[in-house]
Design a binder for this molecule. Structure first.
Ligand code: PLP
Length: 362
């Protein structure tokens, strides 16, 4: 048996062991070509079949909604923060942002470089420890799109439902919770996600968008930054990150084997429940950071009574083989990222460790 760490990294994060082992088995000789997938032309039939399979799987896991294009881009979700307004925010329009924390802020600050923006809702006054009410967004006339962050990776909040924005496209950064549960893509004009949290390794960003939003981009922006370039060329305008695309396809196969998004959701709920219950039943020894109604299934943030105790916790956890439990440097505290691929056994081991740590330090 391969020895595996109890991996709670926020991203890049744990991948399914089965996927890593399959990739290992075909690493040197992919489908009897005598080459690794990394060594072959992205214009060849073998690579293209993998590329197309991954695109088809993304849509099929969402129930094959009509009228959407899947793009494989580079530069991370962070490049989407700029590419989105460059393509979709026109002169005389306003882009509307829902402010929920660290990633939403970054998305907004890039949009501000490109055009007019508005904050449609914000929970800054609650230090982003809960989500703003988005049931009644007041949008300006000529709103180009509404942008939200479905899961704030650093603070640990997650939307359970999404606002109806009518004819204004709703666009979501789903980097840290894409495919953790079923959702209706038809509610969105576009979603995007860096792959390295829930879909595979780093190096590829998945964009799924309504055709009409991405088929015509302004000719004034550089070719590589136009969505239309990638639509017109099936995301093969330039060399794609072929190994990352292959890995995403394997992770998607694995999600199918888990019973699709509904199956994955069941597993994610079991893991999150176990961990939040351990926090809530600790008599205030562990304190969840986020309003219980807005807690994330993916990033569980919590604190101890003081920073010294938190340091001790991290040190002791590392000695026991736990990885990645330190909170983001901007907020401190502790965070366990329990994405799709984090096994239940890891979460169980963590809660056992937490109970033990409380007994010896409580
Ligand atoms: C990690 C993350 C990003 C940044 O992704 P990169 O691929 O590193 O650019 C953006 N948004 C959210 C919600 C994230 O979790």
């Amino acid at each position: 048996m391969t020895k595996r760490a109890y991996n709670f990294n926020a991203g890049p994060a744990a991948l399914p062991l089965e996927v890593l082992e399959r990739a290992q088995a075909e690493f040197v000789d992919f489908r009897n070509t005598g080459m690794s997938i990394m060594e072959m032309s992205h214009r060849g039939a073998v690579y293209e079949s993998v590329h197309n399979e991954a695109q088809e799987r993304l849509l099929s896991l969402l129930g094959n909604p009509k009228g959407y294009k899947v793009l494989f881009l580079q530069g991370g979700a962070s490049t989407q923060f700029a590419m989105l307004p460059m393509n979709l925010l026109k002169e005389g329009q306003t882009a509307s942002y829902v402010m929920t924390g660290s990633w939403a802020k970054k998305a907004l600050s890039e949009a501000k470089l490109i055009g007019e923006t508005q904050v449609a809702a914000s929970s800054e006054a609650d230090k982003y420890m809960k989500l703003p009410d988005v049931s009644n967004l007041s949008l300006l006339d000529r709103t180009a799109y509404v942008h939200l962050t479905s899961n704030e990776t650093i603070e640990g909040t997650q939307f359970k439902s999404f606002p109806d924005t009518g004819s204004v496209p709703l666009i979501a950064d789903m980097s840290s919770d894409i495919f953790c549960k079923p959702f209706d893509l038809n509610q969105f004009g576009m979603i995007y996600a860096g792959a390295q949290k829930n879909l595979g390794p780093s190096g590829i960003t998945v964009v799924i968008a309504r055709e009409e939003l991405v088929s015509e981009s302004p000719k004034t922006i550089p070719t590589m930054l136009r969505y239309s370039t990638h639509v017109d060329n099936n995301s093969l305008y330039n060399t794609p990150p072929s190994f990352s695309v292959y890995m995403v396809n394997e992770v998607l196969k694995w999600i199918e084997e888990q019973g699709g998004l509904a199956g994955i959701e069941q597993k994610n709920m079991k893991k999150a429940e176990l961990l939040y219950n351990t926090i809530d039943s600790s008599g205030d020894f562990y304190r969840g950071c986020v309003d219980p109604a807005d807690r994330s299934l993916m990033n569980v943030t919590f604190r101890l009574a003081n920073e010294d105790l938190e340091k001790q916790f991290i040190k002791a956890s590392e000695q026991e083989g736990f990885v990645g439990l330190k909170g983001h440097r901007s907020v401190g505290g502790l965070r366990a990222s329990i994405y799709n691929a984090a096994p239940y056994e890891s979460v169980k081991a963590l809660t056992d460790f937490m109970s033990h740590f409380q007994k010896t330090n409580g």
